[in-house]
Design a protein around this ligand. Structure first.
Ligand SMILES: Nc1ncnc2c1ncn2[C@@H]1O[C@H](COP(=O)(O)O)[C@@H](OP(=O)(O)O)[C@H]1O
Ligand SMILES: [Mg+2]
Length: 256
């Protein structure tokens, strides 16, 4: 592995964690609530990430949920794909830990580094493949040992029940794409399925981390997830334990 990749991964982790600490400060110290709090968090985190990337990686391009799309990225060799605050709805709701900061690096058709911070749990996951012990914290302790299938709390896909039934599992709503993906990485869930709308920044860093931890990541038709496209709409995905791919795609393919 080249030193640059190690540095990029370390930078992704450092930036996601630091932006997460900033978001915690905004949440506890700004006096804001509701939409104003979400907007302030989006803005502060985005400004921080853009400033640090401009300083530390001046030659790279950035695709951010909170910035105008700089189309020079389509001809660039390195593009950071960031979601400064994923799960804004949950960030605004007191007591939630299911919100995240996503920092990924795309180069030559691949995600080559990624980090997902869960600031409320004071933890940041990077794509280093180092095994993560099964811990509780993001989801309530299960009543039984059936596999859990995490889905959007507000916009679950139409095939949610069918996927849960096919894997003999329990459907479990959770906010934030990054938090859901990390629930699978952490071993609290067996699969995360989504359809109906999402953008590249919602899944790039979660997918980089999940892949590094041996999970299968792809579209609901079984095809690969492709990043740094002209149109950043990437509406569906599956992140799951490899042994469940065929069963899950067997259900979701009909909805692609
Ligand atoms: N149907 C849809 N269309 C567009 N974006 C969607 C979507 N469903 C989920 N998302 C985005 O995916 C992220 C996770 O959503 P959820 O918690 O519902 O699973 C959220 O990102 P942001 O919070 O960064 O906007 C949300 O906006
Ligand atoms: Mg998002």
């Amino acid at each position: 592995m080249s030193p640059e990749v190690v540095d990029d991964r370390a930078l992704a982790g450092e930036l996601a964690a630091a932006a997460g600490r900033l978001l915690l400060e905004v949440r506890s110290g700004s006096g804001l609530a509701g939409k104003e709090l979400g907007d302030a968090g989006d803005l502060r985190s985005n400004d921080f990430l853009l400033a640090r990337l401009a300083a530390d990686r001046p030659g790279d391009l950035v695709l951010s949920e909170e910035s105008a799309d700089d189309k020079r990225r389509l001809a660039a060799s390195r593009v950071w794909i960031v979601d400064p605050l994923d799960g804004t709805r949950e960030y605004r709701a007191p007591g939630h830990s299911d919100w995240a900061v996503h920092v990924a690096l795309w180069s030559a058709g691949e995600l080559i580094a990624g980090a997902v911070a869960l600031p409320a749990l004071e933890v940041t996951y990077v794509d280093d493949g180092i095994p993560i012990p099964v811990t509780a914290g993001l989801l309530p302790s299960p009543d039984d040992d059936r596999p859990r299938v995490v889905v959007s709390g507000s916009r679950p896909p139409v095939f949610s029940d069918a996927v849960a039934e096919a894997v003999g599992g329990v459907l479990t709503p959770l906010g934030s794409a990054g938090a859901k993906a990390m629930a699978v990485v952490r071993g609290e869930a067996a699969a995360y399925v989504h359809a109906g709308g999402q953008y590249e920044w919602d899944s790039a860093a979660p997918v980089a981390v999940a892949r590094a931890h041996g999970l299968w990541c792809g579209r609901i038709d079984g095809s690969p997830l492709v990043y740094n496209n002209d149109d950043t709409y990437l509406p569906d995905l599956i992140i799951c334990r490899p042994e469940l791919v065929d069963t899950i795609v067997g259900v979701t393919r009909a909805h692609a």
